[in-house]
Design a protein around this ligand. Structure first.
Ligand SMILES: [Zn+2]
Length: 409
């Protein structure tokens, strides 16, 4: 039993363009352009030309839009028992339509009420888990980017092949368009990695049809398994009701156990999709690491004696590091003296910070062992310092030692 063209093409849209229902998006586009040349009103003033062009355009508007085409294909699946429409006179009159010849109604199972299965549009196999899938392929031409759908009913194997081919093309040709190339490329690769777009209700209809076929051909266990899948996918309430009705028809009983072949990780293709992502990510991380090592550590690490214990030596000369002020130093320092800041620390015990150079001046604060200070000026054994908290005062120089204290990193 073969899937009949009439059933797959209920409005005759594919026939109008002269392509089979399995045609690629490019082939549909090409067929439209070729036929439009002959019947376009600007070029053909014949009586039927305008009407023919409108019919052609109507078909193309549906089949060139991935979502609309998917809906159209779904319609075909939801009306399995209805007889096909009579072939349009203009369709048979056009010579280009010869590539796709409709099968006579008597040969089409649908017209006789026989249930027609859903076959993979790639290999023709009738499987228990077919899916309508849309992959994306992106091709850029420097100043433009083209997104092309790759869609149809596929078995998992055929879907994997198409998805990988679409991603390979996209990896090679998608990026090089301004400004949207990289955006659409990433979006397409992400979509294909996850197994493409699979319209839920469309696939529920498709599985319902498949369940009906299995039931009609004496495989109730397989029919129940297909119906279970459909029930998991369905979103539209009317369709859910149809599935419930069908469940009553088939009845409860044993069912074939099917491993979900459409989980992303259930196929080797998923890892092949992932491979370039991993390679590119690793390459970028390696490059970033290389850049950090070449440029050196940030300048804050290079200031002060404590920083010299760091593993990576700074590449710039020492004079450059001392000239650069540490970001933590208060901006008012330049008013107190022109010399670069000099860091000392409290040797031992506690030390009183006073408001003048001498033991008689007022105590304004207290420093502890290893606290760092910045030397501002020296006056007779006393130094004017700025503490880590920004407080300015005087301490006796004897209690300080050169170099930053433990409180600084
Ligand atoms: Zn296949």
């Amino acid at each position: 039993m073969v899937d009949s063209p009439e059933r797959r093409d209920p409005m005759g849209y594919y026939a109008r363009l002269g392509v089979p229902p399995t045609a690629t998006a490019e082939r549909i586009k090409l067929a439209f352009r070729q036929q439009a040349k002959h019947v376009h009103p600007d070029r053909n003033v014949g009586a039927g030309a305008k009407d023919a062009f409108q019919r052609l355009n109507e078909a193309y508007q549906v089949l060139s839009d991935p979502a609309a085409r998917a809906q159209y294909d779904a319609r075909a699946l939801e009306r399995p028992a209805s007889p096909p429409p009579p072939p349009s006179p203009s369709a048979s009159a056009r010579p280009a339509a010869g590539r796709f010849r409709p099968v006579p109604a008597s040969a089409a199972g649908a017209a006789e009420g026989v249930v027609v299965p859903v076959a993979c549009s790639g290999c023709g196999a009738i499987t228990a888990q077919p899916r309508y899938t849309i992959y994306w392929r992106v091709v850029s031409f420097v100043v433009g980017t083209l997104r092309q759908p790759v869609q149809g009913v596929f078995c998992r194997r055929c879907a994997d092949r198409r998805g990988l081919a679409a991603s390979a093309t996209t990896w090679a040709l998608g990026w090089w368009g301004v400004p949207w190339g990289p955006f659409w490329t990433v979006k397409a690769l992400w979509c294909n990695l996850r197994g493409g777009e699979r319209p839920a209700d469309l696939n529920a209809s498709l599985l319902r049809q498949q369940a009906l076929y299995f039931w009609a051909t004496g495989k109730p266990a397989l029919a129940r398994a297909a119906l279970d899948q459909a029930t998991r996918l369905v979103e539209r309430p009317e369709l859910r009701q149809k599935l419930e009705k069908m469940r009553l028809l088939i009845g409860e009983g044993g069912r074939e156990h099917l491993v979900d072949r459409w989980r992303p990780a259930a196929s080797w293709a998923f890892y092949l999709h992932l491979l370039p992502v991993v390679v590119v990510t690793a390459g970028m991380l390696a490059l970033a690491g290389h850049l950090v090592l070449t440029v050196g550590p940030p300048p804050t690490l290079a200031t002060g004696p404590a920083a010299t214990v760091g593993a990576t030596p700074p590449v710039h000369p020492p004079s450059a590091t001392t000239a650069a002020p540490p970001p933590s130093s208060p901006p008012s320092r330049s008013a107190d003296g022109a010399s670069p800041p000099e860091r000392w620390h409290v040797k031992a015990g506690t030390l009183t910070l006073r408001d003048g150079p001498g033991a008689g001046h007022l105590a304004i604060g207290r420093l502890h062992q290893s606290d760092s200070v910045e030397i501002i000026a020296r006056i007779d054994g006393w130094v004017r310092v700025r503490t880590a908290l920004g407080q300015v005062g005087f301490v006796a120089q004897d209690f300080l030692a050169a170099g930053a204290g433990d409180d600084e990193e």
